[in-house]
Design a protein around this ligand. Structure first.
Ligand SMILES: [Mn+2]
Length: 444
């Protein structure tokens, strides 16, 4: 399927030019200066164009002939001793089907034969490698990343199928954790259950470092210690995902450790859920991420007003950025080969310099084939709220007693993965999120 990705990339370059794309694939990574190998994960752009999931490869795309050269390492017997196999060129050819297959040590020779005027590189390091060859090739580092970003933002049917499969399995894993959790367990035990279900269904790599946060830990956006005990009465927030053929799932669910929401928990939970549901209904071609972000903020602030956590006018609460005290991250991001996938900010579009929206990771009009996460949340972070209570301009919108009583509340986030379609959206995430559904699932 990766030939479709190469064709897509070729179509973006002028084929009258004498140019080549050069990309070095990922190396094996080690823990500091030891021989502990991290699990191999191909660099996403290289993976996108080749489907070659092994270390020490390189590729050249001849833009004039639209041909694909793959360079593979020549392994020796010593490699076979430690890693079990050495592929023959025939095996490489069969597996990846390049127009031309070479051993890596032929790279310079091939470049000399092709004599490109321009070599398009991904980054400065790889550009330097070409420049150091001193063959007089012009090196360009912007056009390739722009072209790959354009390609990767709009998913092909095959890519969407990988994401559907990732989500199918992650659905099972989330559901299993929700059924298994009991007060007294440790956060890492829930992580173990989540990993087990993904692994036994064939998803072998996590897409990011998962968050398994009980109680007050849930107010820490990147809490990854996952080593606290889950207490009765805690909410449990999990934000984790495994990838399928490189394509990430990234969900969040928040649920009560003992299976039943308290009235306070349910009120704040429904403020987040209403925001998420309303925003997802607005996902369609032409919708703007920053508008969806502000809609989510507005719905959640109305929720906090209804609960008596806030007071005053909703318009003023929005204008005065009070929402940023409780919703300090972006509504969502592109999803694909990377969890925070490429393309969030097209050229010339900058981040909005305003509290509560400056961390938004994507700011552009949605188009069919894009995949985004929708993940509003409300958090009670003492380091943010205590100064706000002391600031009369902010404190006038806060019901101080109520806010103080929520300092140990933690946080709530609900996140689904959504494909933008021609007419609207397809939600890839199928894990209970309405309170009745969660409580029903957890009572079994
Ligand atoms: Mn996310």
């Amino acid at each position: 399927m990766h030939h479709i990705h190469r064709e897509k990339l070729f179509s973006l370059f002028d084929d009258n030019q004498n140019g080549v794309v050069f990309i070095q694939g990922a190396d094996t990574m080690y823990r500091y200066s030891t021989d502990y190998e991290f699990p191999f994960r191909q660099e996403s752009n290289f993976w996108y164009l080749t489907g070659a999931n092994e270390a020490d490869c390189a590729l050249i795309l001849d833009l004039k002939k639209e041909e694909y050269h793959l360079f593979v390492p020549k392994r020796d017997a010593q490699y076979a001793v430690w890693h079990g196999y050495v592929k023959t060129l025939e095996q490489y050819q069969k597996e990846y089907n390049p127009d031309h297959l070479h051993y890596s040590n032929e790279l310079l020779h091939v470049l000399n034969e092709l004599k490109p005027d321009t070599v398009y590189c991904l980054d400065e390091e790889q550009a330097e490698y070409i420049e150091d060859l001193d063959r007089g090739f012009e090196v360009e580092t912007e056009a390739l990343i722009d072209a790959l970003t354009y390609c990767r933002v709009l998913k092909t049917d095959w890519e969407l199928d990988q994401m559907r499969e990732a989500c199918r399995v992650n659905d099972l894993a989330y559901t299993e954790v929700m059924k298994s959790i009991r007060p007294g367990m440790f956060e890492y035990e829930l992580k173990a259950i989540f990993s087990k279900v993904n692994l036994e269904n064939g998803l072998l790599l996590d897409a990011y470092n998962g968050i398994f946060a009980s109680g007050v830990n849930a107010s820490i956006l990147h809490y990854v210690e996952n080593n606290s005990k889950v207490n009765d009465g805690d909410l449990f927030l999990m934000d984790a995902g495994y990838e399928c053929n490189g394509y990430a799932a990234d969900y969040t669910r928040t649920f009560p450790a003992n299976g039943t929401f308290t009235e306070t928990q349910a009120g704040i939970y429904n403020a987040v859920l209403n925001a998420q549901n309303q925003v997802i209904e607005e996902v369609k071609p032409g919708a703007k991420m920053e508008d969806l972000h502000m809609l989510a903020a507005r719905v959640m602030m109305q929720g906090l007003l209804d609960l008596g956590v806030l007071k005053g006018s909703l318009d003023e609460i929005m204008e005065e950025n009070i929402f940023a005290l409780f919703f300090p991250h972006g509504l969502g991001h592109f999803l694909g080969l990377d969890t925070h996938d490429v393309g969030g900010y097209p050229k010339g579009v900058d981040r909005i310099d305003r509290p509560g929206i400056k961390f938004l990771r994507a700011r552009r009009e949605l188009l069919p084939g894009m995949v985004i996460t929708i993940e509003p949340g409300l958090y009670f972070v003492p380091a943010v709220l205590e100064p706000a209570i002391e600031d009369p301009e902010k404190a006038k919108y806060l019901n101080i007693e109520r806010v103080k009583s929520l300092m140990n509340f933690g946080g709530i986030r609900i996140e689904d993965d959504v494909v933008v379609t021609e007419t609207g959206y397809e939600n890839l995430t199928n894990v209970p999120k309405a309170i009745e559904e969660i409580e029903k699932l957890m009572s079994n």
